[in-house]
Design a protein around this ligand. Structure first.
Ligand SMILES: [Zn+2]
Length: 267
């Protein structure tokens, strides 16, 4: 399991060689850490031993038991963070993903906002030849599926096109996609009516996927500021809620600021 040390620099110390010492059983020991384990518990002070890339022991652990020791000097030690909203379709060109790893992010979810690969099997399969420093998951995105099946047309899909889009989503879910994304403020998302999205979300739901939307509406008078778009009101949000309710898919809003009581109810 990848772990992340957060904030500040670390001192690396190699133990002196000792012919009489027992062979170390851990590859790495992180001492004097404040552990935040991600379960919701308060932090606690502990040492963490790692063997073969996995956490082997947490507690008070003697430095002699490890090949290499890092003294965390009371800094936070936590499981790697998950960034659920990325656009890293080109990650294989930067497999070290240093910009994420240096922030403690070790799992990425890409394919957000209606844009993704449409061949999830091929996309995830590339990891075999090109290992990444991070874990990778992808959504199958409505806009990309629509483009593949219908081109750039501003019109409703024919029943046959709807079926084809649902088949692309189904294949993507079988190939490991974690859900469906939309970007209903972006072309081609702006061309879609609720029924179209519901049809695709229903397929994702059948495979246990979630519905991740980066949708927003810019017309309402009561703005809600967020990270990458401005959510100015409820119409599209209601549309998304309706999509979730009708398709049985779990809804995740992307980038919403939780100052709207409606929005805090989703995750
Ligand atoms: Zn996005």
């Amino acid at each position: 399991m990848l772990v992340a040390l957060v904030s500040g620099c670390l001192l690396f110390a190699r133990l002196p060689a000792d012919a009489h010492a027992p062979a170390p059983s851990y590859d790495l020991l992180i001492t004097n850490a404040r552990v935040v384990d991600g379960s919701g518990n308060p932090w606690f002070r502990a040492d963490v031993a790692i063997k073969d890339g996995r956490i082997a022991r947490i507690g008070r652990i003697s430095p002699e038991t490890a090949t290499r020791t890092i003294d965390a000097h009371g800094q936070i030690l936590a499981p790697g963070f998950i960034d659920v909203h990325t656009h890293v379709e080109s990650i294989y060109s930067l497999p070290a993903a240093e910009n994420f790893v240096r922030m403690g992010v070790t799992t990425l979810v890409t394919g957000n906002c209606g844009t993704s690969t449409t061949d999830v099997g091929e996309f995830l399969g590339r990891i075999k030849d090109k290992p990444l420093a991070v874990n990778l998951a992808t959504l199958i995105a409505h806009g990309s599926v629509r483009r593949k099946v219908m081109g750039l047309g501003d019109r409703a899909p024919t029943p046959e096109e709807q079926k084809q889009m649902e088949a692309v989503v189904e294949q993507a879910m079988k190939d490991g996609a974690v859900g469906l994304s939309t970007g209903l403020i972006y072309v081609l998302g702006t061309y879609a009516k609720t029924d179209e999205i519901v049809g695709l979300a229903r397929v994702a739901a059948r495979y246990g996927g979630l519905y991740a939307t980066g949708a927003a509406c810019r017309k309402s008078p009561d703005p809600v500021g967020i990270s990458f778009v401005i959510v100015n009101g409820a119409p599209v949000f209601e549309n998304n809620q309706m999509t979730a309710a009708r398709s049985g898919v779990a809804l995740r809003g992307s980038g919403y600021l939780a100052s709207n009581p409606q929005i805090t109810q989703i995750h």
